[in-house]
Design a protein around this ligand. Structure first.
Ligand code: DX5
Ligand code: ZN
Length: 216
């Protein structure tokens, strides 16, 4: 059974409380929180004041995805949320090993995220040190985009790297996940499914979460 991490980016921002309460009641395992800065990605989402309010209401583990430059500057802010997982982009971290170390020192799990064009092979010398690899299956910055097909092969390549090196890293995917792409992603070796629109834009979001949770 995959871990399910619905993405709050597709929630109703005028009534976040209702959507978070739905997530709390649901079979979701984590809540995925997308922070954007308008520099690393061409969009701005929400920042720490909003996340603090969300963190107070949410009973699920927080899976924070920072789509920002210099994410290492915000480790203490993410820790203060009580986050479980802090994901930083490979492309935004010139000293990734140090950043991963600092996330661990702060008591959080550390995830490294790859943009669609970044090959899995760049993880060769860091895969033993991370708790998760987040593969972007769309270009980051927006919800509701079309799934990039090449991602299936990328999951398989990453799975092979993890097995070859004896790493315990989880594989998470983010972007364009629905029942159909989710099925193929799980078959390819994905451990964690992020889903925004497919969950929050549905008439019965809790059912969508159950559907994804039962993929195998
Ligand atoms: C995109 C974000 C995603 C987004 C996914 O940059 O990282 O988490 O919410 O949205 P969907 O599931 O609608 O593609
Ligand atoms: Zn995300």
């Amino acid at each position: 059974m995959p871990i399910i991490s619905p993405s709050l980016l597709a929630a109703n921002f005028a009534d976040l409380r209702s959507d978070i309460e739905m997530i709390n009641r649901s079979e979701a395992d984590w809540l995925h929180l997308d922070v954007m800065d308008g520099v690393f990605v061409p969009n701005i989402s929400f920042g720490f004041p909003v996340l603090e309010a969300v963190a107070k209401l949410c009973t699920k583990k927080l899976d924070v995805h920072l789509m920002i430059v210099e994410p290492g500057k915000f480790i203490q802010e993410v820790k203060a949320l009580g986050a479980y997982m802090m994901n930083v982009h490979y492309e935004a971290c010139p000293h990734l090993h140090r950043t991963i170390q600092q996330i661990h020192e702060a008591g959080m799990k550390a995830g490294v995220t790859l943009n669609p064009h970044t090959p899995v092979c760049v993880l060769e010398d860091i895969i033993q040190d991370v708790d998760m690899v987040l593969l972007m299956t769309v270009n980051p910055g927006f919800g509701g985009q079309k799934f990039i097909e090449h991602s299936i092969q990328k999951v398989k390549t990453l799975k092979a790297l993890i097995q070859r090196t004896g790493s315990t890293a989880l594989i998470e995917v983010d972007g364009g996940v629905n029942g159909e792409t989710g099925q193929r992603l799980v078959e390819a070796g994905t451990d964690v499914l992020v889903a925004g629109s497919y969950v929050f834009r549905a008439d019965t979001p809790e059912q969508r979460i159950i559907e994804l949770k039962h993929l195998q």
